[in-house]
Design a protein around this ligand. Structure first.
Ligand SMILES: [Zn+2]
Ligand SMILES: [Zn+2]
Length: 59
């Protein structure tokens, strides 16, 4: 069993997937794209834009 009480709305970073340099986050609402230049090392780093989690796209 692992992380059952995690909020899973929309796709976000998986718990076992660290954000890497070059990965991108996209806002499905306004289309803004953020590229990771300096990874923070979070296990699950979720960025928010337009009040919703941004979609994570590994490079
Ligand atoms: Zn947005
Ligand atoms: Zn982070």
């Amino acid at each position: 069993m692992k992380n059952e009480k995690s909020k899973d709305k929309k796709k976000s970073v998986k718990p076992d997937q660290k954000v890497k340099k070059g990965d991108k986050f996209t806002c499905d609402s306004c289309g803004m794209v953020i590229a990771v230049d300096d990874p923070c090392g979070c296990d699950a780093c979720n960025l928010v834009c337009c009040g919703q989690d941004m979609s994570y796209s590994p490079c």
